[in-house]
Design a binder for this molecule. Sequence first.
Ligand SMILES: [Fe+2]
Length: 361
Amino acid sequence: MEMNEIKILIIEDSRADAELIEYEIRKGGVSFSAKRVDEREDFLRELEEFKPDLILADYTLPSFNGMEALSLLMEKSPDLPFIFVSGTIGEEKAIEGMKQGATDYVLKSSLSRLVPSIKRALKERQERADRKRAEENLRKSEEHYRILAEEAQKSRDAFLNMLDDVSDSYKELEKLFIGLVRAMVNALDAKSRWTRGHSERVAYFATKIAEGARMNQDQVKRIHLASLLHDIGKIGTYDVLLDKPERLTTEEFEVVKKHPAQGYDILKGIKQLRDIIPFIRHHHERIDGRGYPDGLKGDEIPLGARILHIADSFDSMTADRPYRPAPGREYAISELKRCAGTQFDAEISELFLRILEKSDI
Ligand SMILES: [Fe+2]
């Protein structure tokens, strides 16, 4: 075993014995420097100053002894190898010494055992140090990964919290937006007693139809919003023609017929409403192409607009007009049947009829 020069502290009252010991070690090929002490104070001082790698101790000295040195060492640096080298050590004392933490014992009468014992002690000490360092490294890397994992968890939590916050603010905004739309539409509808609540009712019917058609939640929301806004284009024409107690003239009706396109013009700049603006523009189109403003036919008409048209027509037929009382629910139902496939989308009107049958709308 290759060794750098080691420092050996020898506790020995006999200079001759110490020299014999050093001779033996040198003979064994161990490169070392040594100091000899035989007093308690000197021993303690040299532990600090000489900083030995190994201690060899006689068992009995005139004013100090090996067992005392051992217990002092166990307090100060228990990892230092400590070998008794004694002329007279009984088996009991030797065992007691080992129990107290001595590394080995060698009799002066068989000093040839000393070098192997020293080498073994130093090797074990090196192994202990290596193991300790490896454990320390392992502990550090475990600690490192634990911290990394914690930080990852923390940023994950922070991210999820942020998502929650964003989704909360988004929900708040959406609520605020719908609230504003409602307020605006209600103000519009309230201008005349004949249309009060019209848009909310149409939104209610259209939403029922969309849910009945198993549309997803986003689609249902879009239908609902489009329904609320479907007559927004009447802002310009409302006051003049709304309360007229007779049927509208052809010219007047032409003006009213502009409201879907006007609604489209009012909203077209709002990119968040891009998906629903076509529903508003086409809510007076008919399946047979005789509706307005664009005369679209069948599937050319967006589904949302076809739903809106039925909901809108149903509410018109069940609400009073200045020029007529409400034709009523039974009439509306018969019209839904009669005009399915010409004015109304046949499937949607059938679906709405089923919904009406099952509920007391
Ligand atoms: Fe309309």
